[in-house]
Design a protein around this ligand. Sequence first.
Ligand code: SF4
Length: 273
Amino acid sequence: MKDFAEIARDLVPLFHVARTGKPRSVKGCFDKARAYFREHGLAFNPMGCGNKKTGLPGWYRPTGCGENGSCPSDCPYLDDDSGDEKGGCYARIVGSPVERQARRASVDPAATAHSFIACALISLIHFGAPHRALVSGDLCLDDKIDPALLVALILASHAVQSALQTDADTAYLYTHTALPEASRSLLKAAGIAVLRSDRLEPGAAIVYPLDDLASLRQAHPETRLVECPAFRKGATCRSCRLCPRAQDLEICIVLDPHGQKERQVAETARAMH
Ligand code: SF4
């Protein structure tokens, strides 16, 4: 079985056209990565080029709680398995593109790490930016943070840095888990920025109606709340890159409720903060 370092080393030349040495298109890179994983019998989770808002490669984990889910049971947006009504999680809207990808994903740390390697390489080669890790799901297995997954992510990130001979950050992600500060520091040292979701604190991100941001700022002057520029200023995560630096800048990012369950998400967010 190939280790992460070998996989990253194998993928870099596949992401370039042999004749010219230039990078393939983002889609061409993903095609090559999937073919490589299949050829070598390596499991991988769904991954793709990102949406209009992010503009960055990303991969998916299964939603829900339990042995086949990766979310913590206390996530405020988690609903029951029918995917209807309650929380408003954008990755649980049955039949939506994100939900379809999340449904095909597994909790296997190796499958997650393989997709991490492909997305991180493609993002750094094409955009010089860390990729958007963990588009759906979270860091858990059976409602507890999965230590094997954290180790796999750290090793995968180091493999990417080594293959590209860089110490650049490789990824950023959001989590609803109470990730211990020591684990967060280890991930950060490996080039993975972790933002706590729905916490009004530096290095976190919340969803809250931007029209009401002034009153939230008044109520919480101790926290520097910074509006995500994707909603009113037309930025993408690829051009903005604030989230990966939220911890260093000691800011809390505020995203406008979005997606098909926008109203429900806004209600949940108002009740929370
Ligand atoms: S603040 Fe920037 S990086 Fe973060 S979600 Fe918004 S556009 Fe993306």
